[in-house]
Design a protein around this ligand. Structure first.
Ligand SMILES: [Cu+2]
Length: 477
């Protein structure tokens, strides 16, 4: 009776989950829908306003060419002064839509086609009802078959677990009747301990061998202070690794060796001062050495002052980054959050002459072996600037200036060779969950040779061009 009850419950849950999975499959049929769900739903719905406006009938409101430009880079369109773009941006309280420069025209068109189809879907039908019925031709039958097989395997494995537990129950009963247990659980558990030890250790070694290559440590640090950082990381990893291996082996081996066998009695051994002292003092000394070295390293990293360091500002907003270079005078102009707006995203105070030769970009170019001082500033919420290859991370907090100074030592070109990845680029990522499109907050970093940096710099526009025409965009050498 009990079993039947259980089985009927399991099969009911299965049926519900199965029908859910069918729905999901029907959903993934259409390319536009997939792209929309992956890139846009953080901020848009068809019929409701989310972060951005409802997109219902957007193709009727706007020209396709405009939409293509807008979706690829709405901020560029706003900055170009396009009246419609400026209006849409203002109507939405100047919240910034992510740029999707990697989407092709065709991909955007298929998103728009999906938006159009959804706009025209009868208003009465709730969205998911449309999905479960759907058009049968849309359903990918091969993946349904796969889902079916997966569910079958799932059911079989649950049944298997259930049968095994039944077998054990029966064996225990038999043991009760015979007055002598059929299974020696101490024996079974002690063997399982050894199995766990061996399988676990193999898994650890496998992890290091296979996924160790995926860590950023493989290629080495691309900044001067990063070498020290990596050495501390490695020493800590090796020390804790050795302790881990020894303690785990002892733990499981003793569990195995001293299992209760009915012959031996456990020894009552409350404590031993010598051993206690030993395993308190040794870790304390090791930790003190590690922590003091860490403190010294941190202080030299944070207090380092270099007159020749180039001043740079990194500006974070939901959801993107800007860089401001100090220009020829190596002085960043003042800023004021009240000035932040469509035409002045960073709120730079152009009354301050220091700002006139500032240069604002959305890529971080740095010259190799040239120290830089970065000042971080946030527009809206707390972000965190992570530059993993340079072993740099700093919180970016509204109203609270933070800074970091470092020297990049490996150019992008050199790193590409070193990693044998011709496509490689350094990145700056946001490392604080700062909102719906947080995961898209990244910026390309390029480490240039002296010549390339000068060339790139001279192609950038200064903030107030007419006032610095005489100094142009020479470099501060
Ligand atoms: Cu962020």
């Amino acid at each position: 009776m009990k079993i039947l009850n259980l089985l009927s419950k399991i099969s009911f849950i299965m049926a519900v989950m199965f029908s859910l999975s069918l729905r999901l499959n029907a959903q993934s049929a259409d390319e536009g829908k997939e792209l929309f769900n992956a890139n846009c739903t953080a901020c848009h719905a068809i019929k409701d306003k989310v972060v951005g406006p409802a997109l219902k009938d957007v193709s009727k409101r706007r020209e396709e060419a405009w939409l293509l430009k807008w979706i690829k880079n709405s901020q560029a369109l706003v900055k170009s002064g396009d009246p419609l773009a400026v209006q849409v941006y203002k109507e939405n309280n100047e919240s910034v839509m992510t740029a999707f420069e990697t989407l092709s025209d065709n991909q955007i068109k298929s998103i728009l086609a999906y938006v159009k189809a959804e706009s025209e879907a009868p208003a009465a039908a709730p969205q998911n009802a449309g999905m479960s019925v759907g058009t049968p031709t849309n359903v990918d039958s091969s993946s349904n078959f796969e889902t079916g097989i997966n569910w079958l395997l799932f059911i079989i494995s649950i049944l298997l677990v259930y049968i095994i537990s039944l077998v054990f129950k029966i064996l225990t009963r038999i043991g009760d009747i015979q007055g002598k247990p059929v299974i020696n659980w101490n024996q079974v558990n002690s063997i399982l301990l050894m199995v766990f030890l061996v399988v676990g250790m193999i898994a650890v070694i496998w992890e290091f061998a296979v996924h160790g290559k995926l860590t950023i440590f493989e290629a080495g640090s691309a900044s001067a202070h990063g070498v020290e950082y990596d050495s501390m990381f490695m020493i800590t990893l090796v020390l804790t690794g050795v302790v881990f291996v020894i303690t785990q082996i002892l733990l499981f081996w003793y569990g195995f060796k001293y299992k209760a066998d009915g012959k031996r009695k456990a020894l009552y051994y409350p404590d031993n001062h010598k051993i206690e002292l030993l395993w308190t003092v040794i870790p304390a000394i090791v930790l003190t050495v590690l922590v003091i070295r860490g403190l010294i390293t941190w202080n030299t990293m944070m207090n380092h002052k270099d007159e020749k360091a180039r001043k740079i500002e990194i500006f974070a907003y939901q959801f993107g980054w800007n860089v401001r270079y100090a220009g020829v005078d190596n002085k960043l102009g003042a800023h004021n959050f009240r000035e932040v707006g469509v035409m002045n995203a960073l709120g730079v105070d152009t009354n301050d002459v220091n700002s006139h030769d500032d240069i604002i970009t959305n890529e971080l170019h740095l010259e190799v072996n040239q120290p830089i001082d970065i000042a971080f500033r946030a527009k809206d919420v707390i972000h965190s600037a992570l530059m993993p290859h340079f072993r740099v991370q700093m919180n970016v907090v509204p109203g609270l200036p933070t800074k970091f100074s470092f020297t990049p030592t490996v150019t992008t070109a050199e790193m590409r060779v070193k990693m044998s990845k011709p496509e490689f680029d350094y990145v700056l990522l946001c490392n604080k969950i700062c909102g719906g499109a947080h995961y898209r907050m990244k910026m390309k970093i390029v480490i240039d040779s002296k010549e390339d940096y000068a060339k790139w710099m001279s192609s950038q526009k200064v903030l107030v061009a007419n006032k610095v025409a005489s100094t142009a965009v020479a470099l501060n050498n």
